[in-house]
Design a protein around this ligand. Structure first.
Ligand code: NI
Length: 144
């Protein structure tokens, strides 16, 4: 079964992933991110081995959270993203820049203006780590 091969939950719709990752398929990350209707709601556009490539549209502040076992790559496509860490540390990402948040480290993404990003995350990565927040999206929602 494809679902088992991909290591995803049984019964999950994989149409989005397969449509976007056929051997001859291409994905325009900016267009995909621009087309999103909801802020802080990542969508999977491809899978590379055990990583998902996702796009998201951000505005405002997300929840403080960490991912115990996974690093998380942010790639800013448009706009500016600030990722805050504890003790007042922060990184500012402009379009074209990447930043990797190390596993286990509390982080707080903030987009003062609308910002388009791509993410590379291990397929097991939970949106807000083990924390449930009103903004949290499940993997299933990210694949829908
Ligand atoms: Ni995170």
């Amino acid at each position: 079964m494809a679902e088992q091969r991909l290591g995803l939950h049984p019964g999950l719709s994989l149409a989005t992933v397969f449509d976007a990752t056929g051997f001859d398929a291409t994905v325009d990350l900016r267009s995909a991110a621009r087309g999103l209707t909801e802020y802080w709601s990542p969508k999977v556009v491809a899978r590379v081995n055990d990583q998902f490539v996702k796009v998201a549209k951000l505005r405002g502040a997300f929840a403080w959270h960490s991912h115990a076992a996974e690093d998380e790559l942010f790639y800013v496509l448009e706009g500016t993203l600030r990722i805050e860490y504890e003790e007042g540390r922060a990184v500012e990402l402009r379009a074209g820049s990447i930043h990797v948040v190390p596993r286990g480290v509390l982080h707080h993404p903030v987009a003062a203006e609308e910002c388009l990003i791509a993410l590379v995350e291990t397929v097991t990565t939970e949106h807000t780590g083990g924390l449930a927040t009103p903004l949290t999206k499940t993997i299933e929602e990210q694949l829908a």
